[in-house]
Write a protein that binds this ligand. Structure first.
Ligand code: ZN
Length: 391
């Protein structure tokens, strides 16, 4: 979409749903209830404004995570806004519990600050009107457009802060809990398991409440009804998945962190010479082998000068295959992403993910020792990953 302070912002298509839903609920339900005398156009104007400002405040929440993360040395390249709010994608997990704590709590604190700020601003704009607790509608009816939007925005941001602080991983509150458990026990894996169990428990509570609401039970705070009930079940299901996934990811990390790349790499590689025509590369090698990336040597047996992949060939129009040499389409060695045999499989996987690559050459002192491919890592995981049960 765009980028702010070097952090890219993606808007997921599902955001349109939440945007339409908020605008609709406010324009048809809330604002008409507060202001029966307003013209219809004003309801929609207020609804749209509120929905836009709401998304902006979700973005501010995510940016607080990202900026505090960056201060603590955790790089965050992009933020996604989607139907359940936002997500700041970390390139690496925090190395210390304090980093995780500060980063996780920054988002809810931002939401809380925005929420309180909106309420104060609304109060200042309205001036000295008495609120009669017995008849709040009298007070609400006196609010103009801006204070009405601010009042809703303030409330929703405070609700957002509270919801996110529920101690279930991977919600912010679950991350805060995990950081504290991590600090207390010094054991990230156990801390994650407990925080993830908290997340699943909370998810099942939401699902149960959703079912109860859908069959007509009135739940305090949440209300009743089929649609809100299904919505709550959906959020619960999503959280349950997220809690399970994040715990499995940690097990994967654990399994990969202890394996040097040297144990996973493919070593029986065919190399090609720089002056080989691309058509020959296809005929002699790509069509007859599983190997998709070929080290390119200056001459047969000479020093490696680059890497040519199936992807490079695909980018070249077929008419040019016969008169183009591999040297012209290869990635030169100084621009290659490489890894050393001593680095671990997790670093290799992160490297593959970051560059959206299928393989990384393993190099030492200018020599290509082998290639570590995505499927090598996945195969290793399928053999070793599940057997390492957690106790
Ligand atoms: Zn957050």
């Amino acid at each position: 979409m765009g980028s702010i302070a070097g952090i890219a912002v993606d808007l997921d298509w599902s955001l349109l749903i939440i945007f339409a839903l908020i605008t609709g609920v406010l324009a048809v339900g809330l604002f008409p209830a507060w202001h029966p005398e307003w013209p219809v156009a004003l309801y929609w104007l207020a609804g749209l404004t509120a929905a836009v400002l709401f998304l902006a405040s979700v973005l501010a929440h995510e940016f607080s995570h990202a900026l505090v993360g960056r201060l603590r040395g955790i790089s965050i390249r992009h933020i996604t806004l989607f139907v359940f709010g936002g997500m700041a994608h970390m390139e690496s997990e925090p190395r210390q519990w304090r980093d995780e704590l500060y980063m996780s709590i920054a988002g809810p604190l931002a939401s809380l600050a925005i929420g309180i700020g909106c309420l104060i601003l609304a109060r200042l704009l309205v001036g000295p009107i008495e609120i009669d607790p017995a008849a709040p509608e009298v007070f609400l009816a006196q609010l103009g457009l801006t204070p009405s939007v601010l009042l809703w925005l303030g409330q929703i941001n405070i609700i957002l802060a509270v919801f996110n602080m529920v101690p279930g991983f991977p919600l912010d509150g679950g991350r805060v809990l995990r950081a504290l458990l991590w600090g207390m026990t010094g054991d990230l894996r156990r801390a994650t398991r407990w925080a993830s169990a908290g997340g699943q428990m909370f998810a099942w509570i939401l699902i149960s409440l959703g079912i109860a609401m859908a069959i007509g039970v009135r739940v305090p705070v949440f209300g009743a009804g089929l649609l809100p009930g299904v919505w709550l079940m959906f959020i619960g299901w999503f959280l349950n998945n997220a809690a399970l996934t994040s715990y499995r990811q940690l097990l994967t990390r654990d399994a990969l962190e202890s394996v040097p790349v040297a144990r996973l790499m493919t070593t029986s590689l065919t190399s090609v010479a720089e002056d080989l025509p691309v058509s020959e590369l296809v005929e002699r090698h790509l069509l007859h082998s599983e190997q998709r990336a070929y080290p390119v040597e200056q001459h047969a047996g000479g020093p490696v000068t680059g890497l040519v992949t199936l992807q490079d060939v695909r980018l070249l129009p077929r008419e040019g295959w016969a008169r183009t040499r591999v040297a012209e389409i290869m990635t030169p060695i100084d621009r290659l992403v490489t890894i050393t045999p001593q680095e671990d499989a997790l670093e290799a996987l992160e490297l593959l993910g970051r560059g959206n690559l299928n393989q990384v050459p393993v190099m030492e002192q200018g020599r290509v020792l082998g290639m570590v491919r995505r499927e090598d890592i996945l195969r290793w995981l399928s053999i070793h990953g599940d057997t390492r049960r957690d106790h």
